[in-house]
Design a protein around this ligand. Structure first.
Ligand code: BDP
Length: 327
């Protein structure tokens, strides 16, 4: 008897939840998602799949419209548009985000991760969650939803590079964040900060002599055609992230927010799988196209960038110890 009364009470309160607050807050929305990468790139594919699942789960009430290939600008512009709610989801590198949320710069420091496996362990664990929360709890009006893989960034130029002396006078494009300009200057070159949307023509016209990125970006953006030496400096291993506009997030019901969070986890996992496949494929294509992969003694650049870690790392000393302790 008691049990059945309890059951009725539970059922009634559950029904009310659906009928009252849930229904009242159920928003219809088409989420604009932006990425600098083109269709078919792992990050773009994973985000499109998130959108398809979201549309299905909400019977079309929430949809996602993808704006790939820098059509909404570089990442600086994307961040700004997301902050004001003109874009709902921006998939960006943590690099430019570090200029607006300095707390995340700990991951943007040269050689902060031993290798990609180390980076993955860190972002998958409590430290990764803490950094996401730092973004969400900061004043920048962004909700950090999840990580994506960005592999290892290597230096590409018109001539082989082995040490600081080889980089003398070489202008290298870096992502928009003073930390990266300092990093390149410490490595021996001249760091020049610019968005990826300006880079191809800058390489062609000689405004810069080279840049640095992971194999899929280097290949996909055709930069290897202009700068065919891929020097394995491995100086930066920067995770990527996707963030939601806080202005738009606050318009969603708790249930919709929870659904988007769940699908975000799945998107991160899917991207990682696609990423590994893409790296292998694009490295093979770069080799077939005649790109020279130059072996570099990383220690040379690790030592050269010590002053950058000293300058930026002091404020994250404890966190850096915890990152190093992740095995
Ligand atoms: C790529 C990242 C992208 C950045 C780009 C860059 O995926 O988010 O915008 O590097 O260098 O690896 O700007």
């Amino acid at each position: 008897m008691l049990t059945s009364i309890r059951r009725i009470a539970v059922a009634a309160s559950a029904a009310m939840c659906v009928a009252l607050p849930g229904a009242a807050l159920a928003q219809s929305m088409t989420l604009k998602a932006a990425d600098v990468h083109p269709e078919g790139y792992p990050n773009v594919v994973a985000m499109e799949h998130l959108g398809q699942k979201l549309e299905k789960a909400t019977n079309g009430r929430l949809k996602l419209q993808m704006y790939p290939n820098m059509v909404l600008g570089g990442e600086k512009e994307m961040i700004e548009q997301t902050q004001v709610g003109a874009i709902q989801i921006a998939r960006i590198s943590l690099g430019p985000l570090g200029s607006v949320v300095p707390e995340v710069n700990v991951f943007n420091m040269p050689f902060v991760f031993r290798d990609e496996a180390h980076m993955r362990k860190v972002i998958d664990g409590p430290i990764g969650d803490e950094i996401l929360d730092k973004i969400t709890n900061s004043s920048v009006k962004l909700v950090a939803l999840g990580w994506m893989d960005g592999g290892t960034r290597n230096l590409y130029t018109k001539k082989p590079i082995h040490d600081q002396a080889d980089l003398k006078g070489v202008k290298v494009r870096m992502m928009g964040n003073p930390l990266f300009v300092d990093t390149m200057n410490a490595m021996g070159g001249n760091g020049i900060s610019m968005g990826m949307n300006e880079l191809y023509s800058a390489l062609q016209t000689g405004v810069v002599d080279g840049a640095e990125n992971n194999p899929p970006t280097y290949y996909t953006q055709n930069h290897y055609q202009v700068a065919p030496y891929y020097n394995l400096t491995g100086h930066l291993i920067i995770p990527e992230i996707f963030v939601f506009s806080k202005v738009s997030w606050d318009k969603l019901s708790k249930d919709d927010q929870a659904l988007i969070r769940k699908l975000s986890k799945e998107a991160s996992q899917e991207q990682r799988k696609l990423w590994d496949e893409r790296v292998a494929d694009n490295v093979a294509k770069l080799k077939a196209a005649g790109v020279k992969f130059v072996e570099v003694d990383k220690k040379v650049f690790y030592d050269a960038t010590a002053p950058v870690r000293a300058k930026y790392g002091a404020q994250y000393a404890d966190l850096i110890k915890r990152i190093e302790a992740v095995k």
